[in-house]
Design a protein around this ligand. Sequence first.
Ligand SMILES: [Zn+2]
Length: 132
Amino acid sequence: MATYKTARRENLLEFLKNHPNSSFTVREIVSEMEKHEETRNLTSGSTIYRLLRELEHSGTVTRTIDPENREYVYSLTDSDEPAVNMRCKVCGKVYSADTETSRRIKEDIAACGDVAPGDEIELLVKCKKCRG
Ligand SMILES: [Zn+2]
């Protein structure tokens, strides 16, 4: 079941990423995803809504109110800065995680429960060079 949940989330993120700078209501997202064979059976309004709330909670998605029809609309949170850095504990070199990886790490942290991810996260790693 976890796999289905991940697939839906990936599809939803993929959809939002394909429409940067756009906001959608849950209804619009569902009807867009129903147009495509590969996502048709993955979507229901309640599922999309729940996923959006999770993504909003982790900061991946921003919810605003459309001033025209007073409906909630969702869009990807703008973030140019990589949120997650990896620092080699041997040589100190800093590597940035790509945006997608940063998002996942932040979501996982938010899913742990009692903590919320900060603006910046640093992971201690061992880089390729230092691993030998
Ligand atoms: Zn190193």
